[in-house]
Write a protein that binds this ligand. Structure first.
Ligand code: ATP
Length: 235
């Protein structure tokens, strides 16, 4: 479904991604784990059209999308939930969700997906009139995910959905990630919480300073000494 081949991405003179290649197949949950500054967010930004690779290719459903406008990438079925759950703070929960569907015209489909988002996140239904900036961190994460689902993505890019959340909420978010995947959405999940990410993923990549240093099934990585020492706290 997605094939990233040998991409270099720079911020001015700083090279954030160095010949990075990875693949995501339809139906998978693939996770990319790595420390702060490894380049995880940069990769997702490149996939959603916010950064342009200087070299290499990005193919999605057989078409090149490297350097395409963000809007046409959303239209093609890729939704990005950025780090730090950026919601429109002055708008209500429901207004934020409506905005997620701004490129869609199928009114019935939109209404059905809105009802489904409220089913996945009952808390959002309770709070649908609340100004989004006053939601708790976990609720804002739900809203950011709900908004992305409203775009009806084929591929969902999630940037550190567990960041700053209490353990129970982390568990809740990961259960929902698995549900969304079972319903047919392919997921590329960027996480520092390697333990949780590997527990839901089919396959995983480890990113260090802009390069993939390890790849395998989630199980292989969970059992790898290197991953255990560096990312699973020696577990
Ligand atoms: P974190 O887990 O801390 O969010 P990350 O793996 O997502 O980290 P990126 O945010 O992709 O890492 O950053 C990769 C590198 O690119 C870092 O060295 C970072 O300082 C640099 N970088 C990111 N954004 C910019 C920018 N706008 N201008 C210059 N350098 C940047």
């Amino acid at each position: 479904m997605l094939k990233v081949d040998d991409i270099d991405v720079y911020y001015g003179n700083i090279q954030a991604l160095k010949g990075l290649s990875l693949e995501v197949n339809e139906g998978e949950i693939v996770t990319l784990i790595g420390a702060n500054g490894a380049g995880k967010s940069t990769l997702l930004q490149t996939l959603s059209g916010l950064q342009k690779p200087k070299r290499g290719s990005v193919e999605y459903l057989g078409e090149s999308i490297a350097g395409k406008a963000a809007q046409s990438i959303v239209k093609a079925g890729i939704s990005h939930v950025p780090e730090g759950r950026r919601v429109f703070a002055n708008l209500s929960v429901e207004e934020n969700l409506d905005l997620g569907a701004y490129l869609r015209k199928d009114k019935e489909g939109i209404a059905k997906d809105l009802a489904h988002v409220y089913e996945l996140f009952p808390r959002l239904l309770e709070r649908k009139k609340q100004q989004s900036g006053t939601l708790s961190g976990g609720e804002q994460q739900m809203l950011a995910m709900g908004r992305a689902i409203m775009a009806k993505p084929k591929l969902l890019l999630l940037d550190e959905p567990s960041m700053g959340l209490a353990p129970l909420m982390v568990q809740n978010i990961f259960t929902i990630i698995e549900t969304i995947n079972k319903e047919g959405t392919t997921i590329l999940l960027v996480e520092q919480n390697a333990h949780m990410a590997l527990s839901v993923a089919n396959r995983a990549y480890v990113l260090e300073t802009g390069k993939i240093v390890l790849a395998g099934t989630a199980k292989e990585l969970q059992e790898s000494d290197e991953v255990r020492a560096a990312y699973l706290g020696g577990l």
